[in-house]
Design a protein around this ligand. Sequence first.
Ligand code: PHE
Length: 447
Amino acid sequence: MSKLSHAQWSSKMAFILAATGSAVGLGNIWRFSYMVGDSGGAAFVLVYLACVALVGLPILVAEWLIGRRGQENPINSMLDLARQSGRLPAWALVGASGVLAAFLILSFYSVIGGWSLSYTLGSVTGQFTGQDADGIGALFSGLLANPTALTLWHTAFMALVIFIVARGVTKGLEGAVRTLMPALVILMVILVIYGMTTGHFGEAMAFMFSPDWSAINGEVVLAAMGQAFFTLSLGMGIMMAYGSYLGQDVSLIGTARTVIIFDTVIALLAGMAIFPIVFANGLSPGEGPGLIFVTLPLAFGNMTGGTILGLMFFLLLTFAALTSAISLLEPTVELLEERTPLSRVAATLVAGVAVWVLGIAALMSFNVWSELSIAGLNIFDFLDTLTSKFMLPLTGLGAILFVAWRLDRDGVLGELGLTGAQAQLWQVVARVVAPIGVIAVFVYGLI
Ligand code: PHE
């Protein structure tokens, strides 16, 4: 291999790691499993897989392409590309709504990151050892009912995020992602094997993979689409920003496939680890956002070596959450840095503290403000629903429409390395299938 191609490989690797670090996070383990549980299992899983392949992949490619061509932050990249191709500057709104969505998501993401931190400590102190489902459930409700504890953990998590982003440390993180992500996969596999010993693995597999088609309705499809966007970090300019660091030699479609497969495998493994425990202990799959916190500690508390495995798991989960959270804060920081006189450190503090305050409002939904509702949802659910079901899909729709309909067709096909039948397939998927998919889900979900 020549020096040149080696250098290319390593930059491509670094990019895959950064993109994977953003994509793989709480969304794969915490959010995916509770969404599957809430939405009735296999029907959700299948619609989700279809959304990832038919909508997620083309939009991921579109976001990277915009970033690579624009070479700037999402708003400016969209603005420049729109100008260059003689389109309306209003396309920049696609970038702007992405930045806002990232800001809103981080507020509740950090609350869950805090739970993960708290469970890391809980594993060290042996809180889960020998507990039954009631004991583990009580620990979790105890945490939720305690706004002070929730605030402390949320603060600790946000402090870590602010610290890392302020220092602009991304180099070290790449190395860490490279070793910690495979470790996370190995632990998930161990948990799946534990699931097989519970005697309820078959039931869990049927729940996840044998669909009851009648369970599919607008709500389920909207939720599955939202999950696909959330888990792939789409619709918030993050992948656009990452694309701006991308060399011309990298194959966008091939790389997107790699990242998506990795992301999806982790989510499916999480489900296969969690649902056997749910059924073995008579828990409800529709437990809500607490699902992994009332199931996995049961496994750790009752298996050999569980204390150390539990510690490793929650540490890795926290780490995966951090690498995603960093990517969520970055767009706001970048914007403040470029549009205001603030330094990087000051911009990070301002953005971070604003997110932190909103996060406090989100965590109050689990206790003192549980009665408070916006559009029938508590603050936490409202933030999650507004972003994942509405803002992300609409922003992603903007990105794919722009690339498929507004940029020069031949240039885009050349950049993607597509010719002949493959080029036609891309045209159909990017111009019609993906946009109509997003729009149809909306219309279907709203009526
Ligand atoms: N994709 C991340 C996850 O699945 C969350 C995330 C969403 C990160 C949006 C960045 C942007 O946990």
